[in-house]
Write a protein that binds this ligand. Sequence first.
Ligand SMILES: *Cc1c(COP(=O)(O)O)cnc(C)c1O
Length: 405
Amino acid sequence: MSAQNVVYLDNNATTRVAPEVLEAMLPFFSERYGNPSSMHNFGGSVGREMREARESLADLLGCGTDEIIFTSCGTESDNTAIRSALTAQPQKRHIITTRVEHPAVLSLCKFLERSQGYRVTYLGVDAEGRLDMRELEDSLSDDTAIVSIMWANNETGVLFPIPEIATLVKSRGSILHTDAVQAVGKVPINLGNLDVDMLSLSGHKLHAPKGVGALYVRRKLPYRPYLIGGHQEHGRRAGTENTTGIIALGAAARAAKAHLPVENTVVRALRDRLENALLKAVSDSRLNGHKTERLPNTSNISFKYIEGEAILLLLDQLGIAASSGSACTSGSLEPSHVLRAMGIPFTYAHGSIRFSLSRYTTDADVDYVIKNVPGIIETLRKISPYKQGEAEPLSPLDAKPACGC
Ligand SMILES: *Cc1c(COP(=O)(O)O)cnc(C)c1O
C-alpha cells in the first residue's frame, strides 16, 4: 500500500521523511560519500556539513553544539544516558523512573534491577496520566544516581512538568535524563533555561529517517561513552557517523523549528476536531490522558466493550493507519502498561486507539475518520464478547511493561 491511499494517523510510531529533508540527504548517498574523519577534502567537506546539522539541532534545543552526540536512535540515546550516569557514579545504586516510560527506558531499568542489583523506584501516575511530584520528592536520596522521566508520553501524549522536575532533582544533587523523543518538534524546548542534564531524541519521530538520533549531554556533566572505539563524536560515541542520517536530522531540526507554531495551532485544531467529534458520536467512549497537559498531535480514545486490535483491523481495511495503545503492545492482548498505570478500567483499556497526527494531516483525513469510526464501533459492539455491565477497575499495582521491544 502506498502513501497515496492511506490516512496516516500513526505519527507517534514513525513519521514520513519531509521532502526538504530527503532532498538534503540524498547527495550523501551518492556523490558525497566521503568519511568525515578522512584527511582529504572529499571527506572533510562532509564533516563541515555535519557541523551545520549539529548547529541546526543545537538551535532547535537551545543548547551548545558541543553538547550534542549523534546516535543511531532514541533507544540508544536512552540506554547511553542511563548507563553513563551509573558508570560515572559507581557508588550510587538507586534509579528513579516512571511506570509509563517507553520500553527503551523501562525494560533497561527492569534489567538493571533484576540482573545488576540496582534499586529502582517506578513513580506512579494519576487517572489523567499526571506524575505524583510528592512521590518523586520523597524518593530522591543521596543514593540516587539518575532520574529518568519522559517529557511526553508516546501513548497518551501527556506532558510531564520537566522544568519543575529539573529544579527539584538538581536541588537534591541527582542527574536528570529526559526521554524527549515525542516532545522534540512538538513543544518548545529551551535547554538554556533548564536544569536537564541529558535529553534523548530520535530522527524518525520528527520527519527525519530511521536510524539516527541524538543525545544532549550538558557541558561538564561526567559522561561515560557506551560505544568505545574510534574518536568520532569527540570520543563520546565511536563508529563511523551515519552521515546521511545526521544531515537529515539537521534539516529536520530546521523544519521542526519553522513548523513549531503550526503544531500548536493547525495540528492541534485538527486533533481537537477529530477528538471532539468521536467522543460526541460514540457512546461509552473516553479520552485517555489529561485534556490540556498533552502534546498537540495525540489523542488516545477508549471505546468500551471492544478490542482495540479489532478496531485497528477494520480501520486498516478502510486505509486508516492508527495504533492501539502503543506500536509495541499491539499484537498482544495485554492492555498497555501506560493505561494500566493510570488505572483505566479493563473494559475501556482494551478498546483504546491512539490517533497521532502530523503537519501532513489534512482536513479531509480527519473528515474521513470522523465519518467511518462510529460505524466500525457499532459493528464491533454487536459482536462483542464482553458483558455490557460495570467494569472492574484495574489496580495500578498490576502495571508492568507489556513487552521488551
Ligand atoms: C519511539 C520512542 C523511543 C524509541 O526511539 P527509536 O528511535 O525508535 O529507538 C523512545 N522513547 C519514546 C518516548 C518513543 O516514542
